[in-house]
Design a protein around this ligand. Structure first.
Ligand code: C2O
Length: 487
């Protein structure tokens, strides 16, 4: 009897211990950040100052506090601009090991994308890019960053500006980031960005004659990426990522483009995820990304819903906050910007209702059996395949599967969908940003695009097949494609 009691006690204690350690019963599998940060590469230190023992659970700001209104960076008045630059200067001037120091703050991004944080209870590093946490994690990051800046200048209504690169008036580096003596300057940017920032494949010679066309091309990219991911949270946010999963189930439509190309065309620090946040323009770039999520939620149209899966909503991350505490914030706390105390100023969306350009019929013809591509194929030159159409419950989804690459490489290819012997449209793109590491990072991922609207645009509604062309832009010889299908 005594030993039975003792055993039962031991078993109960064990279960309690496990629950305490992992916080949740074994069945649910949200990704929980282990607050212990370990530098992945001793030469590249990204970990913020070590967390104290006590981690505080996030509490939303009181609803009575003033609403912060995030405004377009290029439209800031001199007073707002001065305030923002002063706050950033104060952040830079803090002692190096202060958790609010600009360097430490920018390192938080590096830590969350270089494998420095682990998933609590698992041997896997935590990587939020290329997953359904792309939007949510960056929202949390900006939330704390904004409040720390506000604290430094004693302004409870301070709001970060957003880089309105989806409007023709915002398609270059905003003026406040250009002054050499400003805390918002970064000397390593590509100077082309002063004239034009491409949202994906809209480069040109940046002259007065070509800029209007390049800007129009950017609006097309915006439209295409927004509508091709619009109907499903999986396509818009990115692939499911649960505790114990390996990284990169596949990024959402906006993460591919315009998110990637903006990083890459700003260049230098911004073009590598490890160093991106060392350029203050990062926070305006991600302000706009965050705004697109808010727009996605408020756009009328076919019913959409953000994931209701608890493995999504209960995922949590840790950050130093404006009270010098380390706070654990859950994804479910991040869904509504008003509850977080901020909104975006409404500005016109010039890309929302434009028409997709259909390239005239050309060489996009059906291949006969003999010429058929044998997958897997390395993308050293363009690949064209006929793909059988299939309309599912969620529409018609094109999948480029088993995209295999080394995570250190920069890879970019475009995806066209065409009518057999007819016109074609650019339906999307795949972008993987380079990353510094001393050993290979094997990545296998996929790209999914809702092509329902594009099929209509090319008038292929009545056809059994479409022609899909993958066109390498950068690093094609470094990527292998496992297959192309419509599911
Ligand atoms: Cu965390 Cu734009 O990258």
């Amino acid at each position: 009897m005594a030993s039975w009691v003792a055993n039962t006690h031991a078993a109960v204690a064990m279960v309690l211990l496990l629950l305490m350690q992992f916080g949740l019963p074994a069945r649910s599998k949200p990704v929980i950040t282990d607050p212990k940060c370990v530098d992945y590469d001793p030469f590249e230190r990204c970990c913020p100052p070590p967390s104290p023992k006590k981690i505080v659970n996030f509490k939303p700001p009181p609803q009575s506090s003033p609403l912060r209104v995030r405004r377009p960076a290029h439209a800031l008045g001199p007073e707002e601009a001065r305030k923002y630059a002063r706050a950033t200067a104060l952040m830079r001037a803090l002692p190096h090991d202060h958790p609010w120091n600009f360097f430490q703050q920018s390192n938080v991004h590096c830590a969350y994308c270089s494998g420095s944080y682990f998933q609590l209870g698992h041997n896997y590093p935590l990587e939020i890019h290329g997953t359904w946490h792309f939007f949510t994690w960056h929202r949390a990051y900006l939330y704390f960053y904004e409040r720390i800046l506000g604290k430094l200048i004693n302004d409870t209504s301070f709001a970060l500006p957003f880089w309105n690169w989806d409007d023709p008036s915002g398609m270059s580096i905003p003026p406040i980031y250009r002054h050499h003596s400003s805390s918002l300057f970064n000397p390593t940017r590509n100077p082309d960005g002063l004239k034009f920032i491409s949202l994906g494949g809209c480069e040109g010679n940046n002259t007065l004659e070509s800029l209007p066309k390049q800007r129009q091309c950017n609006l097309q990219v915006m439209h295409r990426q927004f509508i091709s991911g619009f109907k499903s949270s999986l396509l818009f946010f990115g692939g499911k990522y649960r505790a114990g999963d390996e990284f990169s189930p596949g990024g959402g439509s906006i993460e591919g483009s315009p998110h990637g190309p903006v990083h890459l065309t700003v260049g230098s620090d911004m073009s590598d995820l490890d160093t991106a946040a060392k350029d203050p323009i990062f926070f305006a770039h991600h302000g706009n990304i965050d705004r697109l999520w808010a727009i996605w939620e408020s756009t009328p149209g076919k019913k959409r819903e953000i994931f209701t899966d608890n493995d999504f909503l209960d995922a949590s991350f840790v950050f130093w906050d404006e009270n010098k505490q380390v706070v654990r914030i859950r994804v479910r706390d991040l869904i509504d910007t008003r509850k977080l105390g901020y909104v975006y100023e409404e500005v016109p969306l010039r890309w929302m209702n434009i028409k997709t350009t259909v390239e005239k019929a050309g060489a996009f013809v059906a291949m006969d059996e003999k010429e058929a591509v044998r997958f897997p194929v390395v993308l050293s030159s363009q690949v064209t395949v006929n793909v059988a159409r299939k309309v599912g419950k969620e529409g018609e989804i094109l999948v480029v599967s088993d995209i295999a690459l080394d995570g250190r490489d920069y890879v970019w290819f475009k995806v066209y969908v065409g009518k057999v012997r007819g016109g074609r449209v650019e339906a999307g793109c795949f972008i993987h940003m380079e990353r510094r590491a001393n050993k290979k990072i094997p990545v296998v991922t996929k790209l999914q695009i809702d092509i329902t609207q594009f099929i209509e645009d090319i008038r292929a509604d009545g056809d059994d097949q479409v022609v899909v062309t993958l066109v390498p832009k950068v690093g094609g010889d470094k990527v292998a494609i496992g297959g192309v299908s419509i599911v």
